[in-house]
Design a protein around this ligand. Structure first.
Ligand SMILES: NC(=O)c1ccc[n+]([C@@H]2O[C@H](COP(=O)([O-])OP(=O)(O)OC[C@H]3O[C@@H](n4cnc5c(N)ncnc54)[C@H](OP(=O)(O)O)[C@@H]3O)[C@@H](O)[C@H]2O)c1
Length: 267
């Protein structure tokens, strides 16, 4: 199994990479910092000496870097069995990405949207692939398409919850766009886990990284038939996302707006 894991240099993504390497997956780990990538690679190799690991650096606050990352993956000319869109942040203050988008929205939604769609033509040529989006139960209950970019003011939690609703809307829309016999697309809430995001956003501790990785590892390693597609998982079980996530108009509009923001035309 060949598995891409974004945001694999800390927390849930790092643990997911370790546990999938333990299960024999060849892991393609991503992070924004070379030193943290090599530290992560060594951390995995210390525990799984024969692990196959390749590391890729890309700052998700830059669509150009996301595009370079996608090109590097595609240049390997290999089939990817699993793509886990896990990288994420909580931004305490209003700040903008290299492309002028509010950073939480840019890093948590636009980057995985863009990466996935850049890889999609390649993934569609494979016999099978699973796309797993690490969202959260902290989903906004409504979406204002005139305020995706903090146009009506910035609040740390509103920005984070909007980006996590976007993860689920994107999951449900992409699941409708692809042949689910070939590509499954699911989202998940990992639990309340002791990581940088939780400490920075809520000033509290939570459950272990192992517990946070459990649903990602489950979806990456269980059969496509067992998990289905277009679902939201919590604790390895199908669960209900917020009502706004099931609204097809929301899904379609976010898709169109995101394509425009990434200046992407689908052939
Ligand atoms: N922890 C929770 O309780 C919780 C709950 C619900 C959902 N989640 C979701 O779980 C996912 C993983 O988060 P975590 O809690 O494990 O947080 P974390 O420990 O902070 O890990 C986040 C990962 O994303 C990477 N990242 C951050 N900004 C980036 C950027 N600009 N470009 C590229 N990579 C970047 C980080 O890189 P560095 O190592 O360089 O920082 C790290 O590898 C996120 O999508 C988060 O929203 C977490």
């Amino acid at each position: 199994m060949k598995t891409i894991i974004t945001g694999a240099t800390d927390g849930i993504g790092k643990q997911t990479a370790l546990e999938l390497a333990q299960l024999g997956h060849h892991v393609f780990i991503h992070g924004r910092n070379e030193e943290r990538l090599s530290e992560t690679k060594n951390w995995i190799l210390n525990q799984v000496p024969n692990a196959e690991i390749q590391a890729f650096r890309a700052d998700f606050a830059s669509l150009k870097e996301v595009s370079t990352f996608a090109k590097q993956l595609l240049s390997l000319n290999t089939a990817f069995d699993v793509l886990i869109n896990n990288a994420g942040v909580i931004e305490k203050k209003l700040a903008y990405s290299a492309d002028g988008f509010e950073r939480t929205f840019a890093i948590n939604h636009l980057a995985p949207f863009y990466l996935t769609l850049l890889l999609l033509p390649h993934l569609k040529k494979q016999t099978s692939c699973k796309i797993i989006n690490v969202a959260s139960d902290a989903q906004a209950t409504t979406i204002d398409f005139n305020a995706l970019n903090a146009e009506k003011g910035f609040n740390i939690y509103d920005a984070y919850e909007l980006s996590k609703l976007c993860n689920v809307l994107f999951t449900f829309k992409l699941a409708r766009e692809v042949d689910q016999n070939q590509i499954t697309v699911n989202a998940l809430h990992p639990g309340v886990i002791s990581t940088k995001i939780l400490h920075a956003g809520w000033g509290m501790g939570g459950a272990s990284w192992h517990s946070g990785a459990a649903t990602s590892v489950y979806l990456a390693s269980t059969s496509k038939e067992n998990q289905g597609s277009g679902h939201y998982y919590v604790n390895k079980q199908k669960a209900k996302a917020v009502a706004a996530a099931y609204d097809k108009e929301n899904q379609d509009l976010l898709w169109e707006k995101s394509l425009q923001m990434c200046q992407l035309k689908l052939s």
